[in-house]
Design a protein around this ligand. Structure first.
Ligand code: T3D
Length: 261
């Protein structure tokens, strides 16, 4: 296990799992410039082929409550420039990772923090976690992919109703809605997340990465285009070592030992 800390974001490696922890617990991990920069560096580390699953979580009792409103009121600047320069690259970096990214939602996920959770591939939550589309409560529109990801996860009607209500959703409600796949006791979240991440990290990583690309592409493709992309990526998958290992293990009636190659 190797650990590395920049003040605003901590990263730790446990085998092939990289955990990225937003680390401004006093403000529920609100995002300031230094946090964006440190998160960008951590997401770059996550590209390492030896990393086969990534966990994003928060230190203390919050996951992430979006933009640091103190920084915002002290130096408002041009919001669009800040979104383009700091938020968008990190959202895109999560989607570009060809491996599973798990949001381990340990507490409030609000505003752009909710968008980041929604940008991840899977969400697991503590029973104490809450989900807050905080933008509307301060007169803003959802950003950082909030309209894109939340509509895909919940459907446009429910997404619009919720995002314009500003209503705090409990973890149990989020699970009922399909926003999170699993809810666990708060004191079990770290262990269960580690277990889930280790399971995913032992899967055929390239196939997971390509499945992610396929699901991202599907809404914008015609059926013909999507069938063609599936055929191309399936062809790439059959050239992977993990495919050979999967078939060999099946025929030899043994457990496969996937390497992520
Ligand atoms: O700038 C741009 O580029 C635009 C981008 C915008 C993207 C966005 O994310 S806009 C949305 C920004 N986020 C919010 O509006 C959320 C504000 N926070 C809340 O509504 C509540 O904190 C929660 C509902 C999320 C949680 O409530 P609760 O009761 O569990 O905690 P709390 O007591 O409100 O917060 C604890 C501390 O964190 C508190 O500080 P204190 O009083 O202990 O010194 C609070 O001020 C601080 N905190 C919470 N959210 C933020 C924050 N400090 C700075 N920025 C925050 N966003």
């Amino acid at each position: 296990r190797q650990d590395c800390a920049m003040p605003e974001v901590e990263t730790s490696r446990d085998g092939t799992v990289l955990t990225i922890t937003l680390n401004r617990p006093d403000v529920l991990n609100a995002l300031n410039k230094a946090t964006h920069d440190a998160l960008a560096a951590a997401l770059k580390d996550a590209r390492d082929p030896e990393v086969r699953a990534v966990v994003l979580t928060g230190a203390g009792r919050g996951f992430c409550v979006g933009q640091d409103l103190t920084e915002f009121s002290e130096a408002p600047g041009d919001i669009a420039d800040r979104l383009r320069g700091s938020y968008h690259p990190n959202v895109l970096a999560v989607r570009a990772l060809e491996k599973p990214v798990i949001a381990s939602v340990n507490g409030p996920a609000a505003g752009a923090g909710l968008s980041f959770a929604a940008a991840c591939d899977l969400r697991i939550a503590a029973d104490s976690a809450t989900f807050v589309p905080a933008f509307i409560n301060i007169g803003l529109v959802p950003d950082s992919g909030g309209t894109f990801f939340i509509a895909r996860l919940l459907g446009p009607a429910r997404a619009f109703e919720w995002m314009t209500s500003g209503r705090r959703l409990t973890a149990a409600e989020a699970q009922t809605w399909g926003l999170v796949s699993e809810v666990v006791d708060a004191d079990r979240l770290a262990d269960r997340t580690a277990e889930l991440a280790a399971t995913l990290a032992a899967m055929p990583t390239r196939a997971i990465g390509m499945t992610k690309r396929l699901f991202d592409a599907a809404p914008n493709n015609t059926l013909e285009e999507q069938l063609e992309l599936e055929a191309q990526l399936q062809s790439a998958a059959t050239r992977s070592e993990d495919f050979r290992e999967g078939v060999a293990a099946f025929l030899e009636k043994r457990e496969p030992d996937f390497k992520g190659r």
